[in-house]
Design a protein around this ligand. Structure first.
Ligand code: CO
Length: 302
């Protein structure tokens, strides 16, 4: 029959064509190897909330120097997650990019694999946003084929112990044993806020005169005040538990206003001495972020 003859002919022809196409295609993967591509170009994107305080920028410079020393020759760029801060700095003529803008620029410049390192303290809202941005950018046409996000500072119990030890090692030399160390973290409504009471616990295991509170989460200044009172601390050193000694540290913590931590604790009979150093200025703290960056770079190779 006419119909049968045609289909008998057509099938072998199709099969032959498919076989030809398959063997000639450069991406043919007999042993499951990846298609041959041009050389991958790797970059590091350091991502912070950002700061509008010029003197706090030195924290970022310290991190950048450490990154360049540990990963020499890898293109390293910055992005700020806080739109409010990007706008404020833009008004002063300083351009800072969002993570998405920075990724787009990296793609434009031919970078195919990007390790985005979160310089945030906890895996909260900012970090989640970063992971979402990374997931959407990876594999975009003409974009980077892979984007991996490095964990923030406190990604597990080991990070917490390392952080506590490093911060205690950097306690002011003039501190006496009975002086309290009061760390001020940011705090959030996000579940990751749980890292702060966890850190307070770790600190107190190492040094019973340490307290940790947050500006916007739990524990608050009220809990800190109650702890100082119960322990009879008459003096406290106020230290930012944030990557930079920025606006919160200078105003909410160390400011002269009535509601600053310094004033509030002062009224409660605790004389306070603020220390305006960002956590990122300490090499042992930067090293934790860098370890997380190394893990992200290693995931890019897989
Ligand atoms: Co804030």
């Amino acid at each position: 029959m006419y119909y049968a003859t045609r289909s008998r002919l057509r099938l072998p022809c199709l099969a032959l064509l498919c076989l030809l196409a398959w063997t000639l295609h450069p991406a043919t993967a007999l042993a499951g190897e990846k298609p041959a591509t041009k050389a991958e170009k790797k970059a590091i994107l350091l991502v912070t909330f950002g700061t509008s305080v010029a003197s706090a920028q030195k924290s970022f410079q310290a991190v950048e120097q450490a990154v360049k020393a540990r990963f020499p020759g890898v293109e390293t760029r910055w992005a700020y997650t806080a739109k409010m801060i990007r706008r404020k700095l833009a008004d002063q003529g300083q351009v800072h990019l969002s993570p998405a803008q920075a990724l787009a620029n990296l793609a434009e410049d031919g970078y195919t694999r990007v390790a985005m390192q979160s310089l945030h303290v906890i895996p909260g809202e900012e970090f989640e946003g970063l992971k979402e941005t990374a997931a959407r950018f990876a594999g975009m046409p003409k974009g980077p084929s892979r984007v991996e996000v490095g964990q923030p500072l406190l990604a597990g119990a080991e990070d917490m112990l390392r952080t506590a030890k490093a911060m205690l090692a950097h306690a002011p030399k003039e501190r006496k044993a009975k002086d309290a160390l009061v760390f001020m973290g940011h705090g959030t409504h996000h579940f990751a806020n749980a890292a702060y009471p966890a850190m307070a616990y770790v600190f107190q295991k190492l040094d019973p005169n340490v307290s940790l509170g947050t500006v916007e989460g739990y524990p608050s200044l009220e809990e800190v005040k109650a702890e100082l009172k119960a322990r009879g601390n008459k003096k406290a050193w106020l230290i930012p538990f944030m990557s930079v000694a920025g606006d919160h540290a200078m105003n909410d913590m160390a400011g002269e206003e009535e509601d600053s931590w310094k004033s509030d604790l002062g009224k409660a009979g605790v004389s306070c001495q603020p220390v305006l150093t960002g956590m990122a200025e300490h090499p042992e703290i930067a090293a934790i972020w860098l370890d997380h960056l190394q893990e992200a770079l290693e995931r890019l190779e897989k």
